[in-house]
Design a protein around this ligand. Structure first.
Ligand code: EPU
Length: 419
């Protein structure tokens, strides 16, 4: 098993081109199943989760090749309607293939992705919405078998109990090829939803209202192919900015998406970092010591503070002057990284969904284990700020979301190696 070795305590300085978004690429790759012609998807990050999505596409009969951040998919030959359990387990978000396969084939067989690092991640909202769209769903022994009545799902008026990103994506995918109009009320407003809709519109889909709480999708008989460029990864962007804030220094992030990152940037700015944006560039300079964030940092659906950036900001605030308080409102179990930060000298107390972070003057290197994707990235942030050497193991989690993280950190002048 590979490890990252980080020698911390050095200020960072450099310029970095931000990778494409993982959480856009995955639903867009699934969406290509709906098309009858070749799709060329650019700015796709080279990540284990993206490779898993490509394997699923190949398994159901598409031809999907991936090179130099471009995925080329020929979905004309889709025949399969089932995704084997082993492939489903490789990646939690394999569940979004459900809506796409229903849209294309009118049926699908998948399995519930297994236990998770972030707590239970039910798919009840996905299933309830698809049932309302005329899909019969049975769940024999851990698998999920879906069949649209009459071979094609029907448009429906749906209201989500919570603006779930995955449920919104699954509904959009199914509705884009369904009969009639689907309205999703209380839809997720995340930028990645708009990116998925942007791709589908480029393929001829009729979708309006994405980015707002009500999305209207009028189903089309056939979608054509397109060339599309995936948006930048706002969470990877938040991570590299947090690293520079934590270690001190200055950096430029190129090919970023400042508007979509605003909920994060607004909070980061309160730590005393100077942040300027121009076009798709973000410039950050961090002073000698960060300040704690005065208001409670509550993770919320977009445009609230993103749950995916909670861990990396916490790592930066571990050495800030004063006490910061986080409230995690999206996932039940998203503080598992805090034990590692405490091992590195942080003072963090967890009280249910609240984390109290009392800033300490400095951290020290330690051997730690990544607990999940963003938690692992938070350990890299803390290690860069810490005096001495840290050894981060179980980095397979980190590799699910960060393209060659060690090369990116080295571009910022960080001392890091993969062994
Ligand atoms: N939920 C339900 N029932 C459902 C669906 C969701 O109870 O049917 C609950 C979940 O258990 C969770 C909350 O609703 O507590 C939010 O879940 P959501 O469906 O919005 O999240 P997701 O689609 O599973 C995506 C991202 C996550 C990100 C969340 C929230 C992808 C592939 N994943 O997950 O990204 O944290 O939205 O923004 O897009 C990551 O990149 O590290 C990551 C975990």
């Amino acid at each position: 098993m590979q490890k990252l070795i980080v020698e911390g305590g050095r200020r960072l300085r450099g310029e970095l081109v931000l990778q494409g978004s993982k959480n856009s690429s995955l639903p867009i790759l699934a969406a290509s199943l709906l098309c009858r012609e070749e799709c060329v998807i650019r700015n796709c990050p080279a990540l284990t989760d993206v490779y898993a999505a490509a394997r699923i596409l190949n398994c159901v009969g598409c031809r999907c090749t991936f090179s130099e951040n471009t995925a080329v998919i020929s979905p004309q030959t889709v025949t399969g309607t089932a995704i084997p359990e082993a492939l489903m387990r490789e990646m939690r978000s394999s569940i979004i293939f459900m809506g796409a396969m229903l849209g294309r084939m009118g049926e699908c067989g998948v399995s519930v992705p297994g236990g998770c690092e972030l707590g239970p991640r039910p798919i009840d909202m996905h299933l309830a919405a698809l049932r309302k769209m005329g899909v019969d769903i049975t769940e024999p022994g851990g698998s999920i078998v879906c069949r649209s009545r009459g071979g094609r799902a029907k448009g429906a008026k749906l209201t989500l109990a919570f603006p779930s990103v995955g449920a919104t994506e699954n509904i959009i995918l199914c509705a884009a090829a369904a009969e009639g109009e689907t309205v999703i009320n209380n839809a997720a407003r995340e930028p990645e939803i708009c990116d998925l809709c942007g791709f589908l519109r480029a393929c001829g889909a009729d979708i309006a209202g994405d980015g707002g709480s009500s999305i209207v999708i009028r189903g089309r008989d056939k979608l054509h192919g397109c060339e599309y460029t995936v948006m930048p990864d706002r969470i990877a962007g938040a991570t590299y900015l947090s690293m520079t804030a934590a270690a001190g220094g200055e950096m430029i992030l190129d090919n970023a998406c400042p508007a979509e990152m605003e909920p994060f940037l607004n909070v980061l700015e309160q730590t005393g970092c100077s942040i300027y944006t121009s076009g798709d560039r973000i410039y950050l300079r961090s002073g000698s010591r960060l300040r704690a964030v005065r208001d409670r940092i509550r993770t919320m659906p977009h445009p609230g503070f993103p749950t995916d950036a909670q861990a990396v900001l916490m790592a930066a605030l571990a050495t800030a002057e004063g006490t910061s308080v986080f409230e995690e409102n999206i996932f039940d179990c998203r503080y598992r990284h805090t034990d590692a930060l405490v091992k590195m000298g942080a003072d963090i107390q967890i009280l249910g969904k609240v984390a109290i972070v009392r800033g300490v003057p400095g951290l020290h290197g330690a051997p730690v284990e990544a607990t999940d994707l963003r938690g692992g990235a938070a350990m890299v942030c803390a290690a860069l700020a810490a005096e001495g050497i840290s050894e981060i193991s179980r980095i397979c989690y980190i590799d699910r979301g960060y393209e060659k993280i060690e090369e990116a950190v080295r571009k910022l002048g960080g001392r890091i190696s993969r062994v």
